[in-house]
Design a protein. Structure first.
Length: 67
């Protein structure tokens, strides 16, 4: 899997350092090392499943009860 922070930044219309910061922040928040190929695969599969479930009906990302 090819990972280029510069290409990602360009695609997001963001500065390279901003992209790196955001990726690191996501890594901290989910408690996974996103530089690992296996982690990227897990996240990709999770996103694919989420999107497939949305096709069948509305599925909220946050299923916790609202306070």
């Amino acid at each position: 899997m090819q990972r280029s922070w510069q290409k990602t930044a360009t695609a997001l219309f963001a500065h390279r350092q901003t992209t790196i910061y955001r990726i690191r922040k996501i890594s901290e928040l989910i408690g996974m090392d996103v530089t690992e190929t296996s982690t990227m695969a897990q996240l990709w599969f999770a996103l694919q499943i989420h999107e497939a479930m949305e096709v069948g009906g509305s599925v909220p990302l946050d299923t916790r009860p609202q306070a």
